[in-house]
Design a protein around this ligand. Structure first.
Ligand code: ATP
Length: 251
């Protein structure tokens, strides 16, 4: 479980996150919505160790993880994906998966995630795991395709596959559905649900598509002006007058 307590993050005079408190329950798929500039991405970046908060705390299962570096968090199974997927375009899907060595920890693992060229491939050890991921995500038809040739949605699936290679526990997904066609969006949604139900993954996802959110997320947290405006089931959130005024009514 991740608990965010009274988090603030200022950029000069801008209060990007302004006294946000929220809980991401273990085993949940928590949705994070809100208008542009609400502070969602900044909150992700603080939790995942990319920014230090101005003040406030982040707890992982009761342990203070505020200010830990991304690779320290990564070693504990906490990681974020990016709105623009970070695949390696000149490698095949299978090779991309195999570049992330499972069962390693700390900085090596983080480098493998962000800069795979720095880490020697441990081919045989990774092959079996990669095959398992390919089967789970049902992407065998593109396993030998260069990642650079994949569609945006297929790249998002590959990104999910890479989180499986490192046995992530809590994954922050930044607009995994953005720009993805309806069919692949369904496939990605299925994969997220199965990872949650069958593999015990906890997800927190920033999304703008309320249908996608409604299908996957409970609870849904709405941020506005750097703080938490409302939290509830997707159905509750859709009916919440403050949320409609700040966000849903604006689209
Ligand atoms: P979007 O849905 O558009 O991605 P968001 O809810 O993710 O929005 P943030 O990107 O976290 O919002 O931005 C919150 C506020 O902080 C905005 O006013 C933004 O301009 C500002 N901000 C974010 N990052 C920085 C930065 N590195 N330097 C200065 N200001 C920033």
């Amino acid at each position: 479980m991740i608990v965010v307590e009274n988090l603030h993050k200022n950029f000069g005079g801008i209060r990007a996150v302004d006294n946000a408190s929220l809980t991401i329950r273990t085993g949940s798929i928590t949705g994070l919505i809100g208008p542009n500039g609400a502070g969602k991405t900044t909150l992700f970046n603080v939790i995942a160790g990319h920014y230090r908060p101005t003040s406030g705390r982040v707890l992982l299962d009761g342990k203070d993880i505020t200010g830990l570096s991304p690779h320290e968090l990564f070693a504990q199974g906490v990681l974020r994906t990016f709105q623009i997927a970070h695949e390696f375009s000149t490698l095949t899907v299978r090779e991309n998966l195999m570049m992330v060595p499972p069962h390693q920890s700390g900085e090596t693992l983080f480098k493998a995630w962000t800069q795979p060229g720095l880490v020697r491939r441990e081919e045989e050890k990774n092959r079996a795991k990669a095959e398992e991921v390919i089967e789970f995500l049902e992407i065998s038809h593109v396993a030998d395709e260069l990642a650079g040739n994949l569609s945006g949605g297929q790249k998002k699936l590959l990104e999910l596959g890479r989180t499986m290679m490192v046995d992530a526990k809590i994954v922050f997904l930044d607009e995994v559905g953005a720009g993805v066609n309806r069919t692949l969006l369904g496939t990605i949604g299925d994969a997220i649900l199965r990872l949650n139900r069958e593999r015990g993954y906890t997800f927190c996802m920033i999304e703008h598509d309320m249908d996608f959110i409604s299908r996957l997320c409970d609870p849904v947290i709405c941020m506005a002006e750097g703080t938490v405006l409302a939290e509830g089931t997707a159905e509750d959130i859709k009916k919440n007058e403050e949320v409609i005024e700040a966000y849903l009514g604006t689209g």
